[in-house]
Design a protein around this ligand. Structure first.
Ligand code: HEC
Length: 127
């Protein structure tokens, strides 16, 4: 096999794998959501109050997504979901927007945070 042939085969292999990736992750033009599984449930329940970009830019495990949903339900008027609906939404989010090594790390839990310098009593400048 000539060197040129080997290079051509290499390029073909890369193009084929790129094509497969694009096909695997079809993106909804309007919301930017990955069109797979229960994505329409997320579209129906998650973009009434804010942009879908707030979701697609976020990454998290199932537990982190669920915590976020509970926070919105407690503080932001997000409605309650039937358990099976909640499970499907969390599964979709955890699968398609999972933590990745090359992205920002998750926030520290509150007990590992340094003292907040703006909390009352901690900094005389604020009093
Ligand atoms: C009833 C209104 C409402 C709905 C519906 C809603 N959210 Fe939110 N969400 C909020 C508000 C308010 C914020 C805070 C926005 C801000 O900080 O500007 C927020 C913030 C977020 C954030 C950003 C959190 C951060 O740390 O910056 C994400 C991600 C998110 N929501 C995901 C979702 C998902 C997933 C759903 C569907 C299960 C959803 N939201 C449905 C009200 C809602």
């Amino acid at each position: 096999m000539t060197a040129n042939r080997i290079i051509a085969l290499g390029i073909a292999a890369v193009l084929i794998s790129l094509g497969a990736t694009a096909q695997d992750r079809e993106i909804d033009e309007v919301t930017g959501f990955v069109k797979t599984g229960d994505w329409e449930l997320v579209r129906a329940n998650c973009i009434a109050c804010h942009s879908s970009k707030l979701i697609t830019q976020q990454r998290g495990s199932a537990a982190q997504w669920l915590t976020l949903i509970k926070w919105m339900q407690a503080k932001q008027n997000l409605w309650q979901f039937a358990p099976d609906v909640e499970e499907k939404i969390v599964a979709y989010l955890a699968e398609n927007y999972a933590p990745q090594a090359d992205r920002r790390r998750a926030a520290l839990p509150p007990d590992q945070m340094p003292p907040n310098p703006y909390a009352p009593g901690l900094n005389p400048v604020n009093e």
